[in-house]
Design a protein around this ligand. Structure first.
Ligand code: ATP
Length: 270
């Protein structure tokens, strides 16, 4: 079971240079996660406890997972990922045990960064979710809180959680000593989108007529994940046309296609 829900990576291949438009967030993650791992004596000397857990919140596809991976990579820490939804929906009755296993695996791989995606699946307010009143979900969350409260003995382990549904969270997990550092990860602004376009086209054969500042303007409202999808789709358009170079119109058509697809999905949901 462990292997199927936990993703353990010795050294994830994401660096800070792969992340666009999140300077402030990167800075905060470095202070709260990287510093305590690399210079624990700073905190002892100053006489403060480093934050135990960091919570990243914001819309889907904005780089939350990337931030967690990059900090693990940069500190040579093992990256251990688990999704809240899998904890409670996939292996019914196993949630609390999986949380214990998660921290056990982390202790065996110190230094380690534990990343819990979709934390709202185990830590929603009772009123907000049909499943959160569930005794099993409650037990899973209590186990997580108790592992976090035992922070002193935890050594070189940092916890990062992420959610797209900040408003749904049970405030108990935000108490001091738990996820007491909140970092908002928003969609990129126009400059951010331009940087993200440049990052994702680094290895692409792009024609000189492509101006990423223009594209960033056009792709209004795109998340980082959308920008990545635009780049891949633009490449597909070139291939379909039997060209080796990606042109401006490929990117534009790609964005149109992605917008059309996402509005279709919204129709399906509503
Ligand atoms: P979710 O909430 O859906 O789990 P997330 O915020 O964790 O999303 P990521 O998994 O980090 O999003 O991003 C998905 C992909 O989108 C990344 O692998 C990357 O290719 C691209 N991406 C997202 N944000 C950025 C960014 N700020 N800079 C560069 N690429 C990005």
């Amino acid at each position: 079971v462990r292997a199927r829900v936990m993703e353990v990576t010795e050294s994830p291949e994401v660096s800070y240079a792969d992340i666009g438009g999140l300077e402030e967030q990167m800075q905060e993650v470095r202070e709260t996660v990287e510093m305590p791992l690399e210079k624990p004596e700073m905190f002892t000397e100053v006489g403060i406890d480093p934050p135990s857990g960091v919570l990243l919140h914001g819309p889907p596809g904005t780089g939350k997972t990337m931030l967690a991976k990059a900090v693990a990579n940069e500190t040579d820490a093992t990256f251990i990922k688990m999704a809240g939804s899998e904890l409670v929906h996939k292996f019914i009755g196993e949630g609390a045990k999986l949380v214990r296993d998660l921290f056990q695996v982390a202790r065996e791989h110190e230094p380690a960064v534990i990343f819990i995606d979709e934390i709202d699946a185990i830590a929603a307010k009772r009123t907000e979710s049909k499943t959160s009143g569930d005794a099993e979900v409650q037990r899973t969350m209590m186990q997580l809180l108790s592992e976090m409260d035992g922070f002193e003995e935890r050594g070189d382990i940092r916890i990062i959680a992420a959610t797209n549904r900040f408003d749904m969270l049970d405030r108990a997990i935000l108490r001091p000593g738990r996820f007491d550092r909140l970092i908002e990860v928003p969609k990129p602004d126009v400059e951010g989108r331009e940087i993200i376009f440049k990052i994702h086209t680094r290895d692409m054969n792009v024609s000189d007529d492509v101006d990423f500042a223009d594209l960033a303007e056009i792709a209004d409202e795109a998340s980082g994940a959308d920008v990545k999808a635009i780049c891949t789709e633009a490449g597909m358009f070139a291939i379909r046309d039997d060209r080796r170079t990606i042109e401006k119109r490929d990117f534009e058509e790609a964005w149109e296609k992605i917008q059309a697809e996402s509005s279709e999905n919204e129709d399906e949901i509503s």
